[in-house]
Write a protein that binds this ligand. Structure first.
Ligand code: ADP
Length: 275
């Protein structure tokens, strides 16, 4: 794996006289990773993800993408490397038709018309909305608008896609569809970073989980490793997935740590034995 993003000693405050939000943060994202950024509200997740996406500029420190400082990069180049999906798709969608919305980024990259068209088709196919290309973006529910927002980022073909709470406000079915879409995008070769409060989604999807608290990274490891830090997570108001809590309750802490629904039969067996 090669280093895609290197964050070095980054500090950030929203204003000169405002409080410092990130305090000398270091983080490396490797190409091909699927990372979940977790932690209680106000811990700095969105601030960090916007720094990675180029929407916030560090007060000090440096961010390198593929070895080059973002300070030396034009906006276009950066946008073609990292895409950012807002928590609320309505902050991202502003044009009259779905296809115009998706074409906006590629056009800004200066691509020619056939290439823009190819990207629109490819991105809308990926999210399953090609047949709605002529519709107004507000034609459907939040699940679809979230997909349009993802497609508009996909059309830029960035190496890293950062998604801020992609399932917030979606029902369970739309959440599953969105997570399936993100898995497909990851399998297609994009590096993924999601912010989420849903630990089941973290356990089932992410390869790496990063816990933030007070503008600092506190724990960084596989979801299994991270969910072992129960006491720390409790202080951060993060609860491991229910399946992990259940596994502990049936007295299996000493055994390999579980955070997947695949453990249900083993848990049932233990409950039956203990009855
Ligand atoms: P999280 O995503 O973990 O909920 P945020 O990055 O949104 O955390 O917020 C971290 C801190 O930055 C909080 O104290 C929040 O109040 C502050 N903050 C977030 N956005 C702004 C802003 N636009 N201006 C000033 N302070 C902000």
């Amino acid at each position: 794996m090669s280093k895609l993003v290197e964050i070095e000693q980054v500090r950030f405050a929203y204003s000169e006289d405002g409080p410092e939000i990130l305090h000398g943060l270091d983080l490396t994202i490797e190409e091909g990773e699927y990372i979940a950024l977790i932690g209680q509200n106000g811990s700095g997740k969105t601030t960090l993800s916007k720094l990675i996406g180029g929407l916030n500029i560090p007060t000090s420190g440096d961010i390198r993408i593929l070895g080059r400082s973002v300070k030396d990069m034009a906006v276009k180049e950066r946008a073609s490397l990292v895409g950012y999906c807002y928590q609320n798709p309505d902050h991202q969608i502003f044009l009259n038709t779905v296809e115009e919305e998706i074409a906006y980024g590629p056009k800004n990259l200066g691509l020619d018309a056939p290439e823009v068209e190819a990207r629109v088709v490819q991105a809308l196919e990926a999210v399953g909305l090609l047949k709605y290309r002529k519709e107004e973006p507000y034609f459907a529910g939040k699940g679809e608008r979230q997909k349009i927002a993802v497609a508009s980022v996909l059309a830029m073909q960035p190496k890293l896609i950062v998604l801020d709470e992609p399932t917030t406000g979606l029902d369970w079915r739309d959440s599953c569809n969105m997570m399936q879409l993100i898995r497909t995008i990851h399998e297609a070769g994009h590096t993924i970073m999601i912010i989420t409060h849903n630990m089941r989604l973290v356990a089932e999807n992410a390869q790496r989980a990063i816990v933030m608290s007070n503008g600092e990274i506190q724990i960084d490891g596989t979801p299994k490793e991270v969910f072992r830090h129960e006491d720390f997570l409790a202080k951060s108001f993060v609860q491991p997935p229910q399946i992990t809590q259940l596994w502990k309750r049936v007295g299996a802490e000493g055994e390999p740590w579980i955070c997947s629904e695949d453990a249900v039969p083993a848990i049932m067996e233990r409950i039956q034995k203990s009855n």
